[in-house]
Ligand binder design. Structure first.
Ligand code: EPU
Length: 417
């Protein structure tokens, strides 16, 4: 397995171009199934998860061409309705084919995703919602079997504004008979991006970006051509890296309006952040101020930035608290950050981070996408060598991270094995 070798400390300086958002692209890929035709995506990030979803679509009978940030998916001959265990276990977002398959073909068999590195990640809301739309759901030998003649619109009240459930249910409801209302829907920009693409294709959706979605089912939708929105988590990660290293980084091609909570916290840490139409200029402070973080659903501070923010706070002057409300056990980076000399006390879903004057490079192990990027950030400001093992997680979610960091002045090499 590849690893990264980082020699620190460094101060990042320069411009970084942000890639398309993984979490916006994956639902759009699944949504191609609904159209029964050739769909095109632009600004596609070339990630491991892109290849996993491409593989899954190909298993279903959707040939996918990918190159130069452009993807063409031909969903005119879907002839298979099963998402196998081997693909779902490497990428939970494979569950996104469930809604489209059952809406378009009346049946789907999708391996049930297990837990993940930081604890349970149930999909009960996806299944309850599909049942409300009239699907018959059975769990059979580790697979979800869903069937329906034609889905029927209904009112669905989500007990939590789950991104994944909202996305799966939008895709199911666009081809259902009649009207669906989703209350307590997720408001993340990735949900609105999906709704925008589907609306261009003839779907009738109102309320995206709010907690109440109204979807009037139609009998068919047209293929789409859509540009994937910029990755707000990738942009936030580079902004955090600029702050942590006391650097000056222009983050180009991002959407500052999707990043308000992160920008506000980094500003409270002492960063100077200039917002532009299409980017940010981030100047890190000489001394990082401690801040308290509470993750939550959009527009609150994103759980996907919690680990990177914790890496920043490891160097703050004073103590900060980090409360994780979305995934209460998402702290696998804590013992690894301690290996750099960080002082973190973890009590349930609250971490208290007391900043230290310096961190020391160490061998560390990545456990998920965002934990991995936090370890890389810590390596950038640590004295000496850091080796980050198991970086396949990073390759799932960050496009060419080592090239982008090297262009900003970091000493980071991929060690192939
Ligand atoms: N939840 C349930 N039941 C469900 C679904 C969710 O209880 O049926 C709970 C979860 O346990 C969690 C909360 O609801 O406590 C939110 O989960 P959500 O469904 O919103 O998460 P997700 O759709 O599985 C997406 C992103 C994650 C990101 C979360 C939260 C994708 C492919 N994944 O996951 O991204 O952390 O939303 O914002 O969009 C990442 O990119 O590294 C990543 C993990």
């Amino acid at each position: 397995m590849d690893s990264f070798l980082i020699k620190g400390p460094c101060r990042l300086q320069g411009t970084v171009e942000i890639s398309g958002a993984k979490n916006a692209m994956l639902p759009l890929m699944a949504a191609s199934i609904l159209t029964g035709g050739e769909c095109v995506l632009e600004n596609v990030p070339e990630l491991r998860d892109t290849l996993t979803m491409k593989h899954l679509l190909e298993v279903l009978g959707v040939p996918v061409e990918l190159g130069g940030g452009r993807m063409v998916m031909d969903a005119s001959r879907v002839d298979h309705h099963e998402a196998p265990y081997d693909l779902v276990r490497t990428m939970r977002a494979s569950i996104y084919v469930l809604g489209p398959l059952v809406a378009k073909f009346g049946r789907a068999r999708v391996s049930l995703p297990g837990g993940c590195a930081w604890g349970p990640r149930p999909i009960n809301l996806h299944l309850l919602g599909l049942k409300a739309l009239g699907a018959e759901i059975k769990i059979d030998h580790g697979y979800i079997d869903a069937a329906a003649d034609r889905l029927r619109g209904n009112e669905i009240i989500l007990s939590l504004p789950s991104v994944g459930a909202t996305i799966n249910l939008i895709m199911a409801a666009v081809l259902a008979e009649g009207k669906t209302v989703i209350e307590n829907a997720a408001r993340e920009p990735e949900v609105s991006a999906l709704a925008a693409a589907l609306k261009k294709s003839g779907a009738i959706i109102e309320g995206e970006g709010t907690s109440r979605l109204e979807i009037e089912g139609v009998s068919s939708i047209r293929p789409f051509r859509h540009r994937v929105i910029p990755d707000r988590v990738e942009a936030g990660t580079y902004a955090a890296a600029a702050v942590l290293t006391g650097g000056e980084v222009e983050i180009s091609g991002c959407r500052p309006d999707h990043m308000t909570a992160v920008i506000n916290k980094l500003t409270s840490c002492g960063a100077e952040i200039d917002m532009r139409d299409n980017g940010l200029l981030v100047r890190g402070p000489e001394v990082i101020s401690p801040v308290d973080i509470e993750t939550g659903f959009y527009p609150s501070f994103p759980t996907d930035m919690q680990a990177q923010m914790m890496a920043v706070l490891c160097r703050a002057r004073g103590s900060s608290s980090v409360m994780e409300h979305v995934y209460t056990e998402r702290f696998t980076h804590v013992p690894e950050l301690r290996r750099f000399g960080a002082q973190i006390i973890l009590d349930g879903s609250v971490a208290v981070v007391t900043g230290v004057d310096s961190l020391q490079g160490a061998p560390v192990m990545a456990t998920d996408i965002r934990a991995s990027s936090a370890l890389i950030l810590a390596g950038l400001v640590s004295e000496g060598e850091t080796k980050v093992l198991r970086i396949y997680h990073i390759d799932r979610g960050y496009e060419r991270i080592e090239e982008k960091l090297r262009a900003l002045g970091a000493d980071i090499q991929r060690i192939k094995s």
